[in-house]
Design a protein around this ligand. Structure first.
Ligand code: ADP
Ligand code: ASP
Ligand code: MG
Length: 834
């Protein structure tokens, strides 16, 4: 009968409930196959044992607390799983093993020294206890399985490299096969024996306990499968297979259905914990495939690891990362052109059994970098210094540089070598998100490309790279930070709430709100805030804080594909724009203050955005939701040139002049406009024309001209004597004294067949920019303007005879918020296309 090897990880044996599931899974193994199981220690136990051992040898020893927790955990599992009748015996045996553990810990606490050898002995208790308890559970479960506990130390033979021993394969296979064959044949009719083998642990030639490296139970599973020529090795864990990235670090991962041994090895070498790297060796040699399955979702197909590479749907199969590495840099003129330097680096570190995660050589051959795990860095440094001592003494090699606090992120895939431009895509995704690359390495197998980056950027880098390579099946996400919750901000949140499902479906765009703030409170949540409840949450859970602190927190959060949405009219916040853009966060805003200030500030902001590869979009700062700025930039991009801009840019002033009549004097219309909410709280802010001048300034700059506010001549509609009025109300009263004069002007204009219109004009030829009240006749394109509409006419080289006119509502929360939303969508699309 053929064997099937099943390995259950600590994540699958964390609680009595889980152990029951494990038993069910084994029971459902097809009748024609003989199952053999390998189990890990219960969840968290290996770490608990290490902590207990470390505590035992520490000055202030509280190892008994650690021990007690481990004892409680195991005894309570026994109590829960083993029926009362048999419980006393199983408890006694378990207690016996635990007492042995306590003895070793007590001995250690006297010795005050923890060798790798003692630690292996201590760690072995985890697997010994779990395998025994699970075997007894099987024995006392309904069904025809008889659980047989097998201690792998009886048949897995290794060298004495404690902590990470090397297996003597042939002897192990021989022992293992004869032991399992023997156990499985010793069976009563209609029963089936189920060997339950301790993972992770083994024994050297002297009878000392060794371990196979952290995560080594997978490897035990592979040894068992190979020794028995098993039909398959199933590794049961807590995820649906090998995923495109670590699900704890990246949100939108999905299962890779099939992957080659080499790809799996590469992923695990670079940090994917789901399967331990050495596992692949024994099964690869025998062509036995591995299936990674989910104990919590046994029906899922999982991932098959075998000879076939992953299907070529994506050029990259998966990504992985090692969150903490130290880089050692060997450099100096003496390295140039000298053969064999890299192999000397490898050799020196290899002799010390230091695991070199990655090695890179600059093309100048001046520098060699290698990444090691932080706890091995001082040993590695000593080894390299010894290796290059002579060269250092001769001044040919500089002192070795140690760079801690770094991470490695890698893309892995067999299809990579056939698709050009993968590396460029990888580095562009990192660059666009401001991730600085310290070193780059391409594995000689061409199965991976790795980048060493600053540790604090790991999560951001993974998210950005994952989006970059897997966005066909996933959507592009944008992370929004909205500041300003007044009329526009509030309306925007409502629109976002209503439109996100459509954006997801039609534009493959997933918008997340990670932060919201107003002048009183701020709320940040990396996990996301609901658009619908954002305002209430801000009110109930937000912290009182300054807007500038909000900006600092957004930058510090450092998430990929961030967009800062400024819905305020606040000037001081625009001082933060450059810092935000420099942190690779795009900005969308209807706020005019940043780009209508000094030309120098405008240019600096634009330059920062360009350098950071992010967008600064402010379509709604002129003409609200009307496509004014995008039209202008389309014209320029297609080679056109703006000759003249003429525009009515204030909905408020349009309303006022369109509603004045014999019976409705100027001040009365201004009052109504104020009451309707069309004006600023103090109507002088509209009538002074500054706002219109700012918009004209933005348009002229957008058309490529360098102009300042001071270059615009502005006719203020606030009479000189009214400027000193103490309030808006006071002003309206004083304004009434000018009604007669305004009416005379209006009546005269009407008599001439004309009408009054507050027009902003920029003439490119003489750089003349004016904002003033003009009387226009019936042939003027602005004559028919009604209500509070805006109108913008561009005369360009192409539109010379008949200007290009954009007309429509130029104010209002709905249209403005919609314009802001469309700028946000535009950013999502730009990122998708990159
Ligand atoms: P077990 O105890 O079953 O051996 P591990 O904790 O050793 O489980 O490994 C499974 C875990 O590996 C998953 O819970 C997941 O968080 C992590 N992991 C890291 N990278 C990946 C990846 N690419 N695919 C799947 N899981 C991954
Ligand atoms: N229990 C061991 C560890 O935690 C081995 C394993 O789970 O694979 O490393
Ligand atoms: Mg594991």
């Amino acid at each position: 009968m053929r064997y099937r090897a099943l390995k259950f990880g600590g994540t699958s044996v964390g609680s009595p409930e889980m152990i029951r599931r494990v038993v069910e899974i084994v029971q459902s193994c097809p009748a024609e196959l003989q199952p053999v199981t390998v189990v890990s220690a219960f969840k968290g136990v290996t770490n608990g044992l290490i902590a207990a051992a470390e505590a035992a040898v520490a000055e202030k020893s509280n190892f008994l607390d650690h021990y007690q927790a481990l004892e409680d955990q195991h005894l309570s599992v026994v109590t829960e799983l083993i029926p009362a009748k048999q419980r006393a015996r199983v408890l006694a045996i378990t207690q016996g093993t635990l007492s042995e553990l306590l003895d070793v810990l007590q001995a250690l606490s006297k010795l005050r020294e923890l060798s790798a050898k003692s630690l292996d002995r201590i760690m072995s208790f985890g697997e010994r206890l779990s395998a025994y308890i699970i075997a007894e559970t099987v024995n006392h479960s309904p069904g025809n399985l008889i659980g047989r506990y097998l201690d792998a130390r009886d048949f897995i033979r290794t060298d004495s490299n404690f902590g990470n021993a090397t297996v003597q394969v042939e002897e192990t296979y021989r022992n293992l096969k004869s032991k399992v064959d023997e156990v499985c044949q010793d069976v009563k009719p209609s029963f089936r024996v189920l060997p339950i083998i301790t993972g992770f642990i083994a024994e050297d030639g002297n009878g000392a306990t060794t371990t196979l490296g952290r995560g080594g139970s997978d490897y035990t599973g592979a040894l068992v499968a190979a020794a028995l020529d098993a039909e398959k090795l199933e590794i049961w864990t807590d995820v649906d297979g090998v995923l495109t990235a670590d699900p704890r670090k990246v949100k939108k991962v999905f299962t890779i259905p099939q992957i080659s041994y080499e790809e799996a090895l590469e992923l695990s070498h670079f940090g994917a914990k789901v399967v331990y790297g050495p596992t692949m060796r024994p099964v690869l040699a025998k062509g036995i495939s591995i299936r990674i399955c989910n104990t919590f979702n046994p029906d899922a197909a999982g991932t098959i690891i075998g000879r076939e590479p992953s299907p070529p749907q994506f050029p990259v199969t998966g990504l992985s990362s090692i969150d903490s590495v130290t880089l050692l840099r060997v450099q100096g003129s003496g390295l140039m052109g000298v053969a064999g330097v890299a192999s000397r680096v490898f050799g020196a570190l290899g002799r010390e059994r230091i695991n070199v995660l990655l090695i890179t050589q600059a093309s100048s051959e001046h520098t060699i970098c290698c990444a090691v795990l932080p706890h091995e860095s001082s040993k590695a440094l000593a080894a390299l210094e010894a290796e290059f001592r002579l060269e250092q003494d001769a001044g040919m090699v500089d002192p070795i540089i140690v760079e801690p606090q770094l991470s490695v992120i890698s893309i892995v895939g067999a299809n990579m070598c056939r698709s050009p431009g993968i590396a460029a895509k990888f580095f562009t995704a990192l660059g666009r998100n401001g991730v600085n690359i310290v070193a780059i390495a391409q594995g000689s197998s061409e199965l991976n490309i790795s980048a060493v980056i600053d540790k604090s950027y790991e999560a951001k880098a993974l998210a950005a790279v994952h989006d970059e390579f897997f966005q066909i099946s996933t959507t592009q996400s944008l992370n929004l930070f909205v500041v300003g919750t007044g009329l526009i901000g509030g309306t925007l949140l409502k629109q976002l709430d209503a439109h996100t499902p459509k954006l997801r479906e039609h534009y493959h765009l997933e918008l997340n709100l990670l932060g919201v703030a107003n002048s009183k409170k701020v709320l940040l949540d990396r996990e996301g805030i609901s658009f619908r409840n954002a305002l209430e949450l801000l009110d109930s859970q937000g912290e009182e804080s300054e807007l500038s602190e909000f900006v600092d927190s957004v930058v510090a959060l450092n998430v990929a594909n961030s967009v800062f949405v400024d819905c305020t009219a606040n000037e001081s916040i625009t001082d933060s724009y450059q810092g935000i853009l420099a942190a690779h966060i795009s900005i969308v805003t209807p706020n005019k203050k940043a780009h209508s200030g000094a030309m120098e500030k405008y240019q600096a902001i634009m330059q920062t955005a360009a350098q950071s590869g992010v967008r600064f979009l402010y379509e709604t700062s002129v003409g609200a939701g009307l496509p004014v700025i995008s039209t202008l930039s389309d014209l320029l991009r297609s080679g056109d040139q703006v000759l003249k801009i003429e525009a009515v840019l204030s909905g408020t002033l349009s309303y006022i002049f369109n509603h004045m009549s014999e019976t409705r004097p100027f001040s009365a219309v201004v009052r109504t406009a104020k009451e309707l909410g069309f004006t600023e709280p103090d109507p002088r802010d509209d009538l002074a024309g500054i706002d219109v001048a700012r918009k004209l300034l933005i348009l002229a700059r957008e058309a490529g001209y360098s102009i300042e506010m001071g270059d615009i001549s502005v006719e203020s509609l606030v009479p000189t004597d009214c400027r000193s009025a103490s309030s808006g109300e006071d002003f309206l009263k004083m304004l009434a004294s000018h009604d007669a004069a305004r009416e005379i002007e209006r009546a005269r204009t009407v008599k001439q067949g004309k009408r009054l219109c507050y027009i902003a004009t920029f003439n490119a030829e003489n750089r003349d920019a004016t904002v003033r009240l003009e009387a226009i006749d019936a042939v003027h394109p602005f004559f028919a303007l009604s209500g509070s509409d805006n109108i913008i006419a561009f005369t360009t080289l192409r539109y010379r005879e008949c200007p290009l006119v954009i007309k429509g509502p130029g104010a209002g929360a709905e249209v403005t918020a919609a314009g802001v939303l469309s700028d946000i969508v535009r950013i999502g699309q730009v990122i998708r296309q990159k």
